[in-house]
Write a protein that binds this ligand. Structure first.
Ligand code: NAD
Ligand SMILES: O=C(O)C1=N[C@H](C(=O)O)CCC1
Length: 227
């Protein structure tokens, strides 16, 4: 595949490395070549089978508008833009484009989301209260993390109650998420800790391979089992 990667930061660099390892032809753009999505002209975007975005909550909106308007296939790993989801979904559908977004592309977190929903279902009538703690590096722009929001949604879909999230920013933490369920008698804790960004990057490249033959709008958590 011809892959265009937007964002050469901590995660985008690793996505480029893994896409090359998996035999893809890779081009990259960072902020200095693509401010306001200025590089993403229709003829340029048409030269790629799939675009992968790991940029910023603001930059990704310009990038999605430019790419999806051309009918391109786009994997979005960037978080913090979900108030625009309905608009972006509508654009992808009108243009017969492909949009696959995910708050966390690691297999471990995908399984944690399933377990979170199961915890909600199993404990909802037993008097447990739920809470989420997340910690990330100090450079992270969005808070709470996209993963924490997905975890809260998974529990809330089962219990119908709101799940509070506490977010911390410290050092170079690559992603630490804990779901707590507490009753008067005991506590059940589910934790995921990322030791490297490789799990995110591999998931994003596999997502791009999956999307390359499809159109439509997909959340990674609904389709990752097919990859
Ligand atoms: N879904 C996941 O699994 C997952 C995993 C890791 C990170 N993320 C998300 O990915 C995003 C990036 O994270 P990071 O840690 O790599 O950030 P980072 O700050 O290290 O990198 C972001 C890069 O994007 C570049 N950029 C900004 N605007 C751009 C534009 N218009 N075009 C091209 N490049 C542009 C910046 O110059 C920077 O190099 C964040 O939103 C983060 O939450 C998601
Ligand atoms: O480093 C980040 O930024 C991460 N962001 C995602 C999120 O917001 O959940 C996934 C984990 C790493």
């Amino acid at each position: 595949m011809r892959v265009l990667i937007l964002g050469m930061g901590k995660t985008g660099k690793l996505v480029a490395e893994i896409a090359r390892e998996r035999g893809h032809s890779v081009s990259v753009l960072d902020a200095k070549e693509n401010a306001g999505a200025r590089a993403l002209t229709p003829p340029f975007v048409a030269g790629f089978d799939v675009v992968i975005d790991f940029t910023t909550p603001e930059g990704v909106i310009h990038n999605m508008r430019a790419c999806l308007a051309t009918g391109a296939k786009m994997v979005v790993g960037t978080t913090g833009w979900y108030s625009h989801l309905a608009d972006m979904r509508g654009l992808a559908e009108r243009k017969h484009a492909g949009l696959l977004y995910g708050t966390n592309f690691s297999v471990g977190v995908q399984v944690m989301l399933q377990l979170a929903q199961r915890m909600g279902e199993a404990l909802k009538s037993a008097g447990y209260t739920f809470s989420i703690d997340e910690s990330h590096h100090v450079g992270k722009l969005d808070s709470p993390s996209g993963t924490a929001i997905s975890l809260a949604e998974a529990v809330e879909s089962a219990t119908g109650g709101k799940v509070p999230i506490t977010a911390k920013r410290e050092g170079d933490v690559m992603g630490l998420h804990t779901l707590n369920a507490r009753s008067g008698a005991d506590k059940l804790v589910l934790t995921h800790e990322a030791f490297s960004r490789r799990g995110f990057a591999e998931g994003a490249v596999r997502a791009a391979e999956w999307l390359a033959t499809r159109t439509g709008c997909y959340d990674f958590r609904d389709v990752f089992a097919q990859m």
